[in-house]
Design a protein around this ligand. Sequence first.
Ligand SMILES: [Zn+2]
Length: 133
Amino acid sequence: MTGEIFLDLGKQISKAAEEVGKKTNEVIAKQKIRNQIIKIEKEVIKHYEEMGRSIEAKYEKKETVETECLVLCEAISEKKKLIEMYKEQLLAAEHSKACKNCGIIIDKRDVFCRGCGSNANEKNAQDAQGEKT
Ligand SMILES: [Zn+2]
């Protein structure tokens, strides 16, 4: 993988030299160079990400990481927990519905609302799964 990066880098350098050398159609050449800069900047950001991931992997393995990295690793860890929490909420939401009468969130399978006691399936019998007449 690292080898590929350097091979690619070599191509990019020669391409940049080639582009700079051409004096014809300067506007197009400039735009091409700008595009190259944007492309390479994106790749640099990707490398930052990879670098970060390798530090995070160290942190996960309880290996020593730099103090400034430690703070970021902890923040990442907390945010990952948050994401998991939200995913669970989303999953729970997929298995729930709002009562047509009072609006509280109840389980999709509930026949009666836990909040107001009204029939939760009254108006939306089609929503109930696996029920046949
Ligand atoms: Zn209700």
